[in-house]
Design a binder for this molecule. Structure first.
Ligand SMILES: *Cc1c(COP(=O)(O)O)cnc(C)c1O
Length: 409
């Protein structure tokens, strides 16, 4: 058979791996420990000489099966699963960076990632925030001690689209590690390997799980980066394929030592969700496009931020890079329209902080998820006080448009 495509692979991947008893889903293995008849087999696992399971904090057959599914979706070499998206991001930085290192990051960031960078700065890691919609801004910020460049594909909540290809070329030329948070696009809309990303991060909690019933995160090595040029890889992990050394260090330092292991039960929920990723994202993107167009034409909405609208500053770039424009949009209401009243009037759209869910959700950004960072940093990210973020789900579009119409009436 020829190599199966995205959804076929997601649906049949577990079964083709010859799982126990011919099951169609990889079972939930709750055993924390694994026993060996020959202790030499256990020793070989500890010394990275053979694959296998030693202790549930590092790996488990159920979470491994999910990691393989994510790897296939990202067309990568291997993935490490984590308990949350933030655990995946935090573990990556802590495993790879040292005091005195410098990071260049997009200024347009998920709020908690922004906060995490503050923590890293307290540990003596320098961070420069730049306008990543232009690779020249990234280039201008590079220093001799720059270790990695971090960007999100579509930034939350104002939907800036990073110069993903330009930054990829720059990082390849300079031999820099390029870390892309693919959460807002998901591997169905965009695979960062196509812009030479080194590592891809996904919050599995969002589109990939999709049902808001489990937290999870992942880091995928694309194979584009040769870790023999990275200065901080421990000698213990320099064996085998050099394209995987960094991911081994993230598994060992980031997962084993910090302990944010994905629970097998959660991995099962996320894996079932991932089966329908393409179907759900197709629908939510079509709905988001319709809602964005409706709002853009409505007199009570001052501004709509959505990459699928022709007036979006990076519309052309998004069109080139992504299959569709995502399920997230933000709106600024016209003067005199209260954003709390608007959210309260919406009947289907739930006031909630989540995104990438089957259900449509809305939140006033400045008062909640971006509250802690303060007015100055919010302004630098383009977040107005009246900004409402909307994550559009898979409801029937007529119902959604009717809900927006009555809430804005
Ligand atoms: C939600 C989110 C995260 C964090 O994921 P959790 O699973 O909630 O920890 C990271 N990056 C982006 C872009 C997100 O939207």
């Amino acid at each position: 058979m020829s190599t199966p495509h995205f959804t076929t692979q997601a649906l049949h991947g577990d079964r083709l791996g010859a799982p126990e008893h011919g099951v169609l889903h990889k079972p939930v293995h709750n055993s924390v420990a694994f026993g060996y008849a020959d202790v030499r087999d256990l020793v070989a696992i500890f010394q990275n000489r053979s694959a296998g399971y030693a202790y549930g904090r590092q790996s488990n057959p159920t979470t491994d099966a999910l990691a393989r599914k994510i790897t296939a979706m990202e067309r990568g070499l291997a993935s490490v699963p984590f308990s949350t998206g933030m655990a995946a991001i935090g573990a990556t930085f802590l495993a790879l960076l040292r005091q005195g290192d410098h990071v260049v990051s997009s200024a347009y960031l998920f709020g908690n990632t922004n906060s995490l960078f503050g923590t890293l700065q307290n540990f003596g890691i320098e961070v420069s925030f730049v306008d990543a919609t232009d690779a020249a801004e990234v280039a201008a910020a590079l220093k001799p001690n720059t270790r990695l460049v971090f960007v999100e594909t579509i930034a939350n909540p104002v939907t800036q689209v990073a110069d993903l290809a330009g930054i990829g070329t720059l990082c390849a030329e300079r031999g820099l590690l390029y870390v892309v948070d693919n959460t807002l696009t998901s591997p169905w809309l965009f695979q960062p390997i196509d812009v030479q990303a080194s590592l891809v991060i996904n919050s599995l909690t969002k589109c990939i799980g999709g049902h808001g019933n489990a937290l999870g995160g992942s880091v995928t090595a694309t194979g584009c980066y040769d870790w023999s040029r990275y200065p901080h890889i421990s000698d213990a992990y320099k064996n085998g394929d050099a394209r995987l050394w960094g991911l081994t260090q993230i598994r060992k330092k980031g997962l084993r030592d910090f302990g944010a292991a994905l629970a097998p039960e959660a991995a099962h929920h996320l894996s079932v969700g991932a089966d329908t990723l393409a179907l759900r994202v197709e629908r939510s993107c079509a709905n988001a496009q319709a809602v964005a167009e409706f709002c853009a034409a409505h007199p009570k909405v001052r501004k709509v931020f959505y990459p699928g609208l022709p007036e979006h500053p990076q519309h052309q770039r998004a069109k080139t890079l992504f299959k569709h424009y995502g399920s997230l949009l933000s709106i600024e209401l016209s003067a005199g329209v209260d954003c709390f009243d608007f959210l309260n009037k919406l009947e289907l759209v739930v006031s909630s902080s989540h995104l990438g869910d089957n259900r449509s959700l809305g939140i006033p950004v400045a008062h909640t998820i971006f509250w802690e960072m303060g007015a100055a940093r919010r302004a630098s990210m383009g977040v107005a006080d009246s900004l409402v973020r909307l994550s559009i789900g898979i409801e029937d579009i007529h119902d959604l448009l009717a809900d927006f119409a009555q809430a804005l009436a």
